[in-house]
Write a protein that binds this ligand. Structure first.
Ligand code: ATP
Ligand code: MG
Length: 404
């Protein structure tokens, strides 16, 4: 099976390289929550009429956001994604108007690249999904700006940035996350997904990955980026059919093969992220020796064997976990990664199991096991260094994923 992954999002024509940032039709991400059916035609309407009336969002003017981010100053960039850049800004907490930098409430402003309104559908999906939800494990969308060609989103600021940075960025600011914090983050993110999959919400997130898990000052995880979210199947339907979108390395095999999307596709992506957290390795890493490029393929044989899981576990976690808890966590990841979707747990079950692991840790029940903690293992050739070097790696980005 061949998969073509364009470096940037939303290129409609398959597998062409070089022109990946060209604006093209974004058909395929039908926004069933959009109030306008017309959004699925080739030139989607681009008015505030598309925004669900029920959302409780502030409509910002462009000049307001310009002011609050100090004219989108490069030194206020928090990160870059396939859609554009994210800037730090300030607003007055009562009036929600721009405030002097350093005063009021800190916000994160995502500004879409202005190449022909590429990404409008994803922008709208974000507004319409996130605008309706309120949950402690979903990032709060404060408002948006829709003015001429400008498309911006205004979020609560997440002081510790993305899980991706904590796991894979090297440098003094990003110390390796401890075992306990990894469990906490995994649990928070799992709760966010479980909420989305819940009977009242029934939404498939479709873009679960480390860069979309943001952390507050206490390492509470919150999901961001609902640009690819879809309503789950209704009635007696087992799945929704979509164009295959996502990020290479995270999409479930049956979704890649058929375009059939279910909540269990998200569970698979959760398994990939859990494995990244346990191993400190990226889902796809071409810098590793051959045979280790794809994390899931490489790690699966080790996860099922209690004596072999150390080969997968992040060296930087040594001494912080017990064999028992590590094995349970590895086993959970393995089940989420079942090729057969029906063998994957649902997100409620995942939450329950992670809570138990968390409790084991909290109550210290496993302390006696500490003596059976692994002996430091030798570093393999592909292991990361001591954390002081910048990791040169092309970041995975949300894209159409083509299969043949
Ligand atoms: N609310 C926020 N608070 C703090 N930092 C944020 C916030 N939202 C995003 N960021 C930072 O900006 C980065 C870019 O986010 P963005 O969602 O645009 O792209 P991405 O998730 O990295 O990639 P993709 O485009 O494939 O989804 C994030 O990885 C994160 O570091
Ligand atoms: Mg993102």
């Amino acid at each position: 099976m061949g998969i073509c992954l364009s470096a940037r999002i939303k290129a409609e024509s398959p597998c062409h390289t070089g022109g990946s940032s060209k604006p093209v039709s974004t058909d395929g991400n039908d926004l069933s929550r959009s109030s306008s059916k017309a959004s699925s035609v080739s030139v989607p309407p681009r008015s505030e009429g598309e925004i669900l009336q029920s959302s409780n969002l502030k409509s910002f003017s462009f000049s307001d956001l310009k002011m609050s981010t100090r004219n989108f100053r490069p030194d206020s960039v928090l990160g870059e994604g396939g859609f554009g850049s994210v800037f730090k800004g300030w607003i007055d907490e009562n009036s929600l108007t721009a405030s002097k930098p350093g005063t009021g409430t800190v916000i994160a402003v995502k500004r879409l690249n202005q190449e022909g309104l590429q990404g409008h559908k994803e922008w709208l999906a974000e507004v319409n999904y996130l605008g309706q939800f309120y949950h402690r494990h979903l990032v709060k969308l404060i408002g948006y700006c829709l003015e001429d060609e400008h498309r911006l989103l205004v979020y609560e600021f997440m002081p510790r940035g993305s899980l991706e940075n904590h796991l894979f960025r090297r440098g003094s600011y990003f110390q390796p996350l401890s075992w306990n914090l990894r469990l906490k983050v995994a649990l928070g993110a799992a709760k966010g997904l479980a909420f989305l999959h819940g009977a009242e919400t029934k939404v498939i997130y479709r873009d679960f990955k480390t860069s979309n898990i943001l952390l507050d000052s206490n390492y509470n995880a919150k999901l961001s980026d609902f640009g690819l979210a879809k309503d789950g199947p209704t009635g007696d339907k087992s799945h929704v059919s979509t164009r295959v979108m996502g990020t290479h390395g995270y999409a479930a095999p049956e979704y890649l093969a058929t375009g059939h999307l279910t909540a269990r596709s998200d569970v698979y992506s959760f398994g990939v992220v859990l494995l990244e957290m346990l191993s400190g390795r990226r889902a796809v890493d071409k810098n590793r020796p051959s045979g280790e490029h794809n994390l899931v393929e490489w790690a699966k044989p080790y996860l099922a064997n209690k004596r072999k899981i150390y080969r997968v576990l992040d060296n930087r976690l040594e001494g912080q976990y017990t064999l028992d808890v590590a094995y349970k966590a590895a086993n959970l990841a393995l089940r989420c990664l079942s090729t057969e979707p029906k063998f994957r747990p649902n997100m409620d079950e995942v939450v329950k199991e992670l809570e138990e692991l968390h409790d084991l840790k909290e109550t210290g029940n496993t302390r006696s096991d500490q003596t059976s903690a692994p002996k430091p293992r030798r570093r393999s050739a592909g292991d990361v260094g001591n954390g002081n070097t910048a990791a040169a790696y092309p970041r995975p980005s949300t894209s159409p994923l083509y299969t043949k």
